[in-house]
Design a protein around this ligand. Structure first.
Ligand code: C2E
Ligand code: CA
Ligand code: CA
Length: 792
């Protein structure tokens, strides 16, 4: 966990950062103010100190000046000078000097030579004070500083007059530690006396000043206010200077430097700062502690929740969430627990649904595959797979409603389950399709089982008060003979079943090599649209004649496909596949367009023939079909009654309600409708009555064997009777002989079609046939064979 990104880290940061910042800013601001204040105070105290010193010095100098003037006016001194009485001079100097606390008293002649001095270091005729004019300013008192021996003195000199100057008297005061002490006592500041150009260096100073700034102090950063910063040995000082004595135009020869240590000035505040910092640190630490505790108490349950969520993600729902708090986090944990339970429950339901059929709750495709895989175990295990499909469930749904058909499927599922041994698996692959897995079963056992299931369903399932007899087809594929993989076995069982369906059988066993057949069917379906565009499809026509007079009445359009790869394909080979794939609409439209154009062509040849077109079950669900037909008829100027659409019973029954609507539309347009392959289906007469029909087309299986087949003859006669009672025409297809033709004419059949008259031929061949055809001959023949008819 990263401290910066984790919740806990953020909380800590949030608590501490502002506090630390606030403290830093506060301390900084306080210290800045304090420093500025301290600085200002220090400057102020220096300024005051300087003023005090100036005043003190001014007072003192006045006093000294007065003293020296008093000495110069001393009568005794004058007299002694005039008389050259050295002893008296010396004694006057001593006495007076002591009285005014001078450290030195000297009498100079007008040339500046020593006449007498209280300091024995100064002998007679010495010139201690440089040029004679230095102490000479007429009658004025002259103030000067001078180094005499080791010490520096402040000197005051005045002429001794009698009445003209006869000598000069000088009183000197030593500048030393005592002077400094006096100033320190007055100002409370460290003090140093510093000499100017004539005697540079530190003359005297208080202890700290001597220690810090040494014998040759450097004054740094002169400031305009007169304050200097002096770099000391240990600390820096603020300083001011003021002239002490001997002020000349270039400044003072000796200056008083007043010093204030910045460190000392700051000392009390530095302590305060330490206290402040310590307080801040303690505050920060305690807030940090509190934040750590708080963030921990929030973050810990969150960690638990996130760990729980992770384990949930990994599919583990048995998470233990021990969050005791009753706050929002506690609530979250409670919701989380509830959510986990709900997810677990839902997932179980979903995974059950994912593996079971919704309607019957039987294992679905995925689950059957899994079970079959387990049974096969990747080895030579013997497993029989039965694919079962209930017939007519869609038709049942369209007549009785989906509720009823669902119930039938459910009951069928229950029945099947009851019939099966315990180790068998029954799966439901969707609407009407089931699968049975029989572990260890031989082909014979599987066939027996299939027959048993078929018979049980045929015996009927109860629905309401009625029993519904269910037909079904079954296909069988058995491991290891017919495959060793689950998907292959299921597919092969399905193939075996579809083939059985196509053959009209109820149970089929898988035969090798049929996969190729199905691949081919797939290709055919895929190629259809391209083939129409590429002109691979053609429509051929098979003539129909009227039996009363033998006249040609029209032709049935029958599609032909010259496949680029497979060669000529029979319609029986590709039409069921195209119907199953749902693309039959393209074919129907293509044939309709060709046939109606052809019909117009015949008309233009002077032959008002009709054309019959085959329509599939799915076309009957196409609400646009009637419009399409109408458009074509208009386009070619063909009367609607010239078009016959052939439908089969089963195609009508599959979606009876919708089909009836489309058929009615077509009838309203004026198109004729024929029931194709009549006699092979199981539709009830009652339902037939609900369809707007014009003709019945007897299936060729009844016609081809005429007139010898007694039973078929009977069927044909019945159909003709039925048609007559319903007011319908009857067309016989599959007329292969003159005898059959005569027989049909005899029983009152309306029209005939068959190889005897002509095989289906391309349009050009049809025209040739028309031109060659002699109806009279047929009629004659029919007349000749009349006895035949009676015999039948
Ligand atoms: P169908 O509608 O029953 O068509 C009649 C079939 O019987 C045609 O086979 C025709 O050649 C054949 N036939 C005609 N006279 C005789 C005869 O005397 N003896 C025998 N044994 N057979 C005869 P065809 O052309 O192979 O068509 C087979 C089926 O294909 C058709 O049966 C029809 O169901 C379907 N079909 C053909 N063309 C189309 C089409 O354009 N659209 C649709 N939906 N189906 C078509
Ligand atoms: Ca037909
Ligand atoms: Ca037919």
């Amino acid at each position: 966990m990263h401290l910066r990104t984790s919740f806990r880290g953020k909380l800590l940061l949030l608590a501490l950062a502002p506090l630390a910042l606030a403290q830093a800013v506060t301390i900084y601001a306080v210290m800045r103010t304090v420093e500025r204040d301290v600085d200002a105070r220090a400057r102020q105290s220096l300024a005051i100190g300087a003023t005090v010193v100036d005043e003190y010095l001014a007072g003192r100098n006045d006093q000294l000046r007065t003293s020296v003037q008093v000495l110069a006016a001393d009568f005794g001194l004058k007299e002694a000078v005039a008389t050259g009485d050295a002893d008296t001079i010396r004694s006057v100097l001593h006495n007076h000097g002591r009285r005014v606390a001078a450290d030195i008293a000297v009498l100079l002649d007008l040339e500046g030579r020593v006449i007498a001095a209280t300091d024995p270091a100064l002998g007679p005729a010495d010139r201690p004070f440089g040029a004679p004019g230095d102490l000479d300013s007429g009658s004025q008192t002259v103030e000067a500083t001078a180094r005499i021996g080791a010490a520096v003195y402040q000197l005051f000199a005045v002429p001794v007059r009698a009445p003209t100057p006869i000598a000069r008297v000088v009183l000197g005061f030593r500048l030393d530690d005592a002077t400094v002490e006096r100033i320190v006592a007055l100002t409370g500041l460290d003090t140093a006396l510093i000499g100017g150009s004539s005697h540079p260096g530190l003359i005297a100073g208080s202890a700290a000043a001597v220690r810090e700034i040494g014998a040759a102090p450097t004054l740094l950063q002169p400031e305009t206010s007169g304050v200097f910063i002096v770099a000391g040995a240990a600390t820096d000082y603020l300083a001011v200077t003021t002239g002490f004595a001997d002020r000349t135009a270039n400044g003072a020869e000796v200056e008083v430097v007043l010093l204030r240590s910045l460190t000392d000035a700051m000392a009390p505040y530095v302590r305060a700062r330490s206290v402040l910092l310590a307080f801040g640190a303690v505050l920060l630490l305690s807030v940090a502690g509190a934040a750590v505790w708080l963030s921990g108490s929030v973050a810990r349950p969150l960690h638990m929740l996130s760990a729980a969520a992770r384990s949930l993600r990994d599919g583990n729902y048995a998470v233990d969430l021990e969050v005791a708090s009753r706050d929002e986090v506690g609530e979250l944990a409670t919701s989380f627990r509830a959510m986990t339970a709900a997810i677990a429950e839902r997932e179980e339901r979903i995974s059950h649904q994912a593996m079971h059929d919704r309607l019957t709750d039987l294992p679905n495709h995925a689950s059957v595959v899994r079970r079959l895989d387990a049974l096969l175990g990747g080895g030579d295990a013997r497993v029989a797979v039965l694919s079962l499909r209930l017939a007519r469930i869609a038709a049942l749904a369209s007549t009785l409603g989906h509720g009823a058909s669902d119930e039938v499927v459910q009951r069928a599922a229950r029945l099947l389950r009851e019939q099966l041994p315990g180790d068998a698996t029954l799966g439901h692959l969707g609407s009407d399709e089931f699968v049975v897995l029989l572990p260890g079963a031989t082909n014979e056992a599987a066939l027996d089982c299939a027959e048993n299931l078929r018979a049980r369903l045929a015996a009927g399932v109860p629905l309401g008060n009625a029993d519904i007899q269910l037909q079904c087809t079954l296909g069988i594929a058995a491991a290891p003979d017919h495959g060793r993989l689950a998907e292959a076995l299921l597919r092969n069982a399905g193939l075996a079943r579809t083939e059985a369906e196509h053959r009209g059988e109820e149970v089929g066993l898988y035969r090798h090599g049929r996969e190729d057949y199905h691949m081919r069917q797939l290709r055919i379906v895929n190629d259809l649209r391209g083939a129409i565009r590429a002109g691979e499809l053609a429509v051929w026509y098979q003539p129909q004649v009227r039996l009363v007079d033998g006249a040609a009445t029209g032709g049935e359009a029958l599609v032909r496909w010259e496949h680029a790869e497979y060669g000529r394909l029979a319609p029986d080979e590709f039409i069921p596949a195209v119907e199953e794939a749902g693309t039959i609409g393209y074919l129907t439209r293509y044939v309709l367009a060709s046939a109606i154009a052809q019909c117009r062509h015949w008309h233009d040849l002077g032959k008002p023939l009709s054309v019959s077109v085959n329509i599939s079950a799915r076309d009957l669900c196409d609400d646009y079909l009637p419009y399409y037909v109408l458009q074509l008829l208009r386009e070619h100027g063909v009367p609607a009654a010239r078009l016959v659409l052939e439908v089969t019973e089963s195609s009508v029954m599959q979606q009876f309600a919708r089909a009836a609507i489309v058929l009615e539309c077509l009838r309203d347009i004026g198109v004729r409708l024929a029931m194709d392959d009549f006699g092979t289906g199981q539709s009830s007469l009652a339902q037939l009555r609900n369809i707007p029909l014009h003709e019945l087309k007897i299936d060729k299986s009844f016609v081809m064997s005429l007139p010898d087949h007694e039973q078929n003859g009977a069927i044909v006669r019945t159909v003709v009777e039925l048609a007559r009672s319903l007011g319908l025409e009857v067309v016989a297809e599959g007329v292969e002989s003159a005898a059959a033709l005569h027989y049909l004419a005899g029983v009152g059949c309306t029209r005939a079609q068959g190889y005897f008259l002509s095989r289906p031929v391309p349009p050009a061949g049809f025209r040739d046939w028309l031109l060659a055809y002699r109806p009279e001959r047929r009629t004659e023949r029919r007349a000749e064979s009349r006895p035949f008819r009676h015999k039948a």
